[in-house]
Ligand binder design. Structure first.
Ligand code: SAM
Length: 248
């Protein structure tokens, strides 16, 4: 069937490729991959020999157009990223929109996603969560982003690079206090998988004291602000605005 197939791939354990994902990738006329060498390893493992082409965040609008031309001509094109679900902190957004705008079928093939996998084993409230992707790397913008999340009551989910995890934990501690519960979810589905839930202060010490905890791929989760605190914050904010109006 011609169309754009958005195919989720494993986040570590190559066995996590679903049978449907395998069939779609195997049957695709072309697979657009963030990094073709990376995806080649998955293909080799599963005996897939479909044609690969590069499609990444630096690809221009013309690249998306060319892929859509092929779909319009009747081909099945699959999009994959290095790991997990395309478009989740990964390229593909522009391509999906373009395909939709050109009236081409866009078919999601669901599978692994690090954020959801982390949430499923974190032991934090999961009825409401807020995915924040990567925080800004620079301290100022990062603190500003966290300040804006101060009274968020949903569980917060962040992606982080290993060399920044300690600085980010410090920033989280600064923003939310040492007692707020958090989770470090590292190397999910891989040999050194770690899911550690503790108050932010304890979690920071744990990561600071063990260099191994600063390696590999990491999701950080933070419990939301308690409802009562959020209500007080909102009430104080309203009061402050009212006072500001009254003041000369
Ligand atoms: N599209 C992917 C998904 O659906 O999860 C995310 C891509 S994003 C560029 C990569 C980030 O995802 C990593 O920096 C890390 O925060 C997280 N991640 C990916 N694989 C992971 C794993 N096995 N364990 C923990 N975090 C992972």
């Amino acid at each position: 069937e011609s169309g754009l197939y958005i195919v989720a791939t494993p986040i570590g354990n190559l066995g996590d490729l679903s049978p449907r994902a395998l069939a779609v990738l195997d049957g695709a006329d072309l697979v657009a991959a963030e990094d073709t060498r990376h995806t080649r390893r998955l293909f080799t493992h599963h005996g897939i020999d479909s044609r690969l082409t590069a499609y990444h965040e630096h690809s221009d609008a013309a690249a998306a157009d060319r892929l859509c031309d092929r779909i319009a001509a009747g081909e099945a094109v699959a999009l994959v990223s290095d790991a997990g679900t395309p478009l989740v902190s990964d390229p593909g957004y522009r391509l999906v929109r373009l395909a939709q705008d050109r009236g081409l079928p866009v078919v999601p093939v669901p599978g692994p996603c690090a954020a959801i996998t982390a949430l499923s084993a974190a032991g934090l409230p999961s009825d409401r969560f807020r995915f924040e992707g990567f925080l800004p790397a620079k301290a100022g913008p990062r603190a500003a982003r966290l300040a804006a999340l101060e009274s968020e009551t949903a569980t917060l989910v962040f992606y982080e690079a290993p060399h920044r995890v300690l600085a980010t934990l410090e920033a989280l501690l600064e923003a939310f206090g040492a007692e707020r519960e958090a989770v470090l979810a590292r190397e999910l589905s891989k040999a050194f998988e770690t899911v550690r839930r503790a108050p932010l202060g304890t979690l920071r010490d744990f990561v600071a004291g063990d260099a191994d905890q600063r390696r590999g791929e990491i999701v950080l989760l933070v419990a939301g602000c308690a409802e009562v605190e959020a209500e007080i914050d909102t009430a104080l904010g309203e009061l402050a605005r009212e006072l500001a109006r009254e003041l000369p």
